[in-house]
Design a protein around this ligand. Structure first.
Ligand code: FAD
Length: 449
């Protein structure tokens, strides 16, 4: 049944974004692969309640997709977003570009991308998918993964040459690692959650807001964002506290309260959301978790990647990109180690941990930046100076957002470099203010003589 070598297959747990991409990488290396997914096949049965959910795809994700020859196909599914379109409560929205004119991030359908990855993986004869078969246990030392058929309740055991846990933030494979000795694990929830809503297309099938932007309504303690879809709709997400004194999900109990809240806080969006109150009460309120753990492997035969290893809050638009980059990094380590899984998985933990921690921190900070800082004139002024510095000294000065989003520089390096740049900019601005003050003083003295 396994054409490559008679070895047991690689077993991938989770046919989400990272699991499906990793299955392609392993198949292209000549390994046989079995992928086990807890949910039904999304190409056949509706998932996520049929809502269209989109994600921002950027350089790291595109690089990983290019590694298996999918970049061109994926680009056709994308809508470029060139900057943040900031919507104040009153007045016209204005665009803050993300970078140079040729730099943009991409809005893509989660389901469309996941389906493409599964179908591409399945086109390799040595790849098999099994749906509705969640992983229930892993024998870490023997490399045997156990699954349960959701319909027949039958138990299935699969010996693997490598078990790859790509089963998301609530990973069963990681939970098994947590029960092994001296395992480091940390999870932290934000006090804020999110709810997905929508803006439909116009009567002639047109976009009702600027198509090529990520729209943000920053309101300090909460925010609304919207990303475009190919069918001219927008997927809108409200991020807000679950409960508390100010605005919160808890405080919005009736249709009238939701309607009044949107009318007051996001008047231009409210005017474009005819199904607002239905969406609000039909769609679940999601929580936002950061997960840090180590190591990402056990012995020679078990590893985790993607959200299973390092779930991050979504505010840098990097969770999927980092999960895809895990695949690129692991593939390069397999190249280096001649497909010795034991050495490659140990090297993966070694190489990836600091970078995963760094993007976890950056993503948390970016929530403050998106919901509050973007509305401050000082923030906009600093960003402008950074863009000018980058234009004149492109190798010496790179804004943090560009390092994270438009490069494959390791996240930890980007974070350290940005901290240095930040200090330099602050010192430079203080020096400029002091210098200007001294010049004014000298002028006043000269005039008074
Ligand atoms: P998942 O996509 O969660 O896939 C895990 C898969 O494993 C699923 O199919 C699940 O059904 C399956 N599974 C779970 N348990 C089991 C089990 N026991 N056995 C078998 N299968 C199992 N990232 C970006 O890069 N850009 C964005 O713009 C962005 N926006 C986001 C917005 C929101 C609101 C949220 C919540 C996240 C966002 N992310 C974004 C993050 C991104 O969604 C995740 O980082 C990404 O989905 C991780 O991929 P994954 O394959 O590791 O996990």
């Amino acid at each position: 049944a396994y054409p490559s070598s008679g070895e047991p297959p690689c077993v991938v747990v989770g046919a989400g974004l990272a699991g499906s991409l990793m299955a392609i990488y392993m198949a292209q290396r000549g390994h046989s692969v079995e992928v086990f997914e807890a949910r039904p096949d999304m190409r056949v049965r509706q998932v996520d309640g049929g809502r269209s959910i989109n994600l921002a795809l950027s350089t790291r994700g595109l690089t990983a997709l290019a590694g298996v020859g999918l970049e061109e196909q994926v680009r056709e599914m994308c809508i470029p977003m060139r900057g943040r379109m900031i919507h104040p409560v009153e007045g016209e929205p204005h665009l803050q570009p993300y970078g140079r004119a040729d730099q943009f991030i991409n809005s893509i359908s989660r389901q469309g991308l996941n389906e493409l990855l599964m179908t591409t993986a399945e086109a390799h004869e040595q790849v098999r998918f099994h749906f509705e078969k969640p992983c229930v246990d892993v024998d870490l030392d023997e490399g045997v993964a156990h699954f349960e058929d959701r319909i027949s309740r039958e138990r299935i055991a699969r010996e693997a040459s490598l078990v790859i846990g790509a089963d998301g933030a609530y990973s069963a494979v990681r939970q098994r690692l947590q029960r092994s000795g001296r395992y480091n694990y940390e999870q932290a929830y934000l006090t804020h959650g999110y709810k997905e809503l929508s803006i439909p297309a116009g009567p002639a099938g047109e976009f009702l807001m600027e198509k090529n932007a990520l729209h943000i309504w920053p309101r300090h303690d909460f925010m609304l964002i919207a990303l475009p879809n190919l069918d001219a709709t927008f997927t809108v997400t409200l991020f807000m506290a679950f409960e508390g004194e100010g605005a919160s999900f808890d405080a919005l109990k009736t249709r009238a309260e939701v309607d009044a809240f949107f009318r007051r806080e996001f008047p231009d969006a409210h005017a474009l959301m005819p199904t607002l109150t239905d969406d609000f009460f039909e769609n679940p309120t999601g929580s936002l978790v950061t997960i840090r753990c180590s190591p990402y492997h056990h012995g020679d035969r078990v590893m985790i990647l993607g959200d299973a290893a390092h779930a991050v809050v979504p505010f840098y638009g990097q969770g999927m990109n980092a999960a895809f980059e895990d695949c690129t990094v692991f593939n390069a380590l397999l190249d280096r180690e001649g497909d010795d899984f034991g050495r490659a998985v140990a090297a993966f933990t070694e190489e990836r941990k600091a970078d995963a921690d760094a993007i976890g921190h950056l993503a948390l900070y970016n929530y403050y930046e998106m919901r509050s800082a973007v509305a401050s004139p000082y923030f906009v002024f600093r960003k402008r100076i950074e863009r000018v510095l980058h234009r004149f000294f492109p190798a010496w000065w790179i804004p943090l957002y560009s390092m994270v989003t438009f490069s494959t520089m390791p996240y930890a390096e980007a974070r350290a470099r940005a901290a240095r740049q930040d200090r330099m900019l602050t010192v430079g601005l203080i020096a400029a203010v002091v210098l200007m003050g001294l010049m004014m003083l000298a002028l006043l003295v000269a005039l008074s003589r």
